[in-house]
Write a protein that binds this ligand. Structure first.
Ligand SMILES: Cc1cc2nc3c(=O)[nH]c(=O)nc-3n(C[C@H](O)[C@H](O)[C@H](O)COP(=O)(O)OP(=O)(O)OC[C@H]3O[C@@H](n4cnc5c(N)ncnc54)[C@H](O)[C@@H]3O)c2cc1C
Length: 485
């Protein structure tokens, strides 16, 4: 499909010739992310607006002409959440990449909707030394606001919650081009809290760009603690490992707990597939990060951590500085305490191909059951060692109130259609198993958002449709995502 010529001219009038393209090569570059299992999108054009006013003008044109609009920062969810399955225009927001304000007294920063992690970190280091944001392990080129809007996992998420906890206010362009504000900033000249008024943030968090375009957001920042220490905590089984993670989380001494299972741990250590688990090799490898204002507090936390690990079954703990030198030189773990970083060799299992996953927010007490059930799904569909061992990553957040559990599959770069089809079937089966066992798929791809919604309470789905009817009656926002509502 191509855009109507008059519509194209109008859009060009907003952003200028330089920032609109219908070139086949450009459209191809914006057609997919690292996934091979999600079908490619077919955008009609790509635009790069430079301001909130330009986004508003574009939305007015799209609303009038019922053109599908896909907000885009990096398309790196690896779930194709920006793939233009129904055509339309991609709004690449990366020209809107400023940190507008850093308020160290109010502990927030106001950032543009297209800001990347790399730019955020640089600005924080330059303009607010001694203060930090909540960073992710996602590539430096991916988005800050998107990471938060999608309830992502941050390096301080155990202490402070998933990504959505860091958004305290937003400026949002609605599908009809109107501009609204959420949080205290709707009343006050300042930003910084969602309380105490009606929390409109819920109309945009978790909606995958289907209700509006966030052009600015205020996000939490923190004073950098004087002390930080990381530990590797190995468990003989996932059952023991998850239990131990929760025991640590409940004591509220750590800021981050995450894990790889043995197979993904090997990938992150730079070891190439195929491989098999060795006898006695820990099944779950967690890293635990402690922060403290001074050495004395840190010593107390370390003492408590070792006590928990000693009391728990099947656990071995060592400080990062002892564990790290044992890993191969190409390992990724060495960069974990200086985020953002580019996870390179582990992302595709060292295969030079693609990586995709089906992950879920799981009730903490169901993680082991889900792991074992998913293990059976892998086996049933022929994904076994040494070519395709089960790959798991988990993270505990909000002091143990939230846990995410995620399973990967990696493909060679020359994968055949048949191999991709098998991967698709595996990921769908994993997502279905996760939901069947009480979990909810996170950052769901086009396909997996349908798994979520097909299990959702019908009255609530109807209510979501009514909200969509009100905000986006023509379904011009990232059409087809969130289960096609
Ligand atoms: C190697 C690797 C490691 C990763 N590690 C982590 C990790 O540790 N923690 C984690 O949380 N994630 C991780 N991710 C996922 C990554 O963070 C995602 O890239 C991120 O969540 C989305 O960023 P993005 O800028 O690519 O968003 P995009 O894919 O561009 O957008 C995501 C969604 O938001 C919508 N959207 C985009 N901009 C806006 C806007 N301004 N307003 C409203 N909607 C908008 C889009 O339409 C889309 O639906 C990882 C990814 C990779 C590839």
């Amino acid at each position: 499909m191509t855009l109507d010529r008059n519509v194209f001219k109008e859009l060009e009038g907003v952003v200028g010739q330089k920032y609109i393209s219908e070139k086949k090569t450009t459209r191809y570059a914006y057609s997919n992310d690292w996934t091979s299992v999600e079908p490619n999108g077919h955008p009609d054009a790509v635009l790069m607006p430079g301001s909130t006013e330009e986004v508003q003008a574009i939305m007015r044109i799209a609303w009038k002409n019922k053109v599908n609009v896909i907000p885009w920062v990096c398309n790196l969810t690896t779930g194709g959440m920006c793939n233009a399955h129904h055509g339309g225009i991609i709004l690449d927001l990366r020209r809107m990449n400023k940190v507008e304000e850093i308020n160290t007294d109010g502990l927030y920063a106001v950032v543009d909707g297209g800001l990347t992690w790399a730019d955020f970190k640089r600005e924080m280091m330059k303009r607010a030394p001694g203060y930090i944001g909540a960073y992710t392990y996602s590539p430096p080129s991916s988005g800050v606001v998107t990471g938060y809007l999608l309830c992502g996992m941050m390096d301080v998420s155990l202490a402070h919650g998933d990504g959505s906890f860091y958004i305290t206010g937003m400026e949002v362009v609605l599908p009809n081009g109107e501009l609204i504000k959420t949080g205290n900033h709707m009343i006050s000249p300042y930003w910084g809290t969602r309380a105490p008024i009606i929390d409109l943030a819920g109309l945009f968090i978790g909606w995958a760009g289907t209700t509006g375009i966030v052009t600015k957001a205020s996000v939490k920042i923190y004073k950098q603690p004087a002390e930080q220490q990381a530990f590797y905590v190995n468990a003989d089984t996932v059952e023991h490992g998850y239990l131990n993670q929760m025991n640590i989380a409940k004591q509220q001494i750590a800021v981050d707990i995450a894990s790889n299972n043995w197979a993904w741990g090997r990938c992150e250590a730079g070891i190439k597939l195929p491989f098999s688990r060795e006898k006695g090799e820990p099944e779950l490898e967690s890293w635990v990060v402690l922060q403290a204002a001074n050495e004395k507090i840190m010593d107390g936390k370390i003492e408590e951590l070792y006590k928990i690990c000693k009391e728990d079954k099947g656990i071995e703990i060592e400080p990062e500085e002892e564990g790290l030198p044992k890993l191969p030189p190409g390992n990724q773990m060495q960069y974990f305490h200086d985020l953002p970083m580019q996870l390179s060799n582990d992302m595709d299992g060292n295969r030079g191909g693609t990586g995709e996953w089906a992950g879920c927010y799981a009730p903490p007490f169901k993680q082991a059951e889900i792991y074992r059930a998913v293990e059976k799904v892998y086996e049933k569909l022929g994904y076994v060692e040494p070519e395709h061992p089960i790959m798991q990553y988990n993270r505990v957040m909000d002091n143990g109130h939230e846990t995410i559990l995620r399973f990967n599959v990696f493909q060679h770069k020359d994968a055949s259609e048949e191999e991709k089809e098998r991967d698709r079937a595996l990921l769908k089966a994993i997502a279905e198993k996760e939901v069947e066992l009480g979990a909810v798929v996170y950052k769901p791809s086009y396909s997996n958002s349908r798994v979520n919604m097909s299990h959702a309470d019908p009255n609530t789905v109807e209510f979501i449709k009514q909200i969509k009817d009100l905000i986006d009656p023509y379904r011009i926002m990232n059409r087809g995502q969130i289960g096609g509502i």
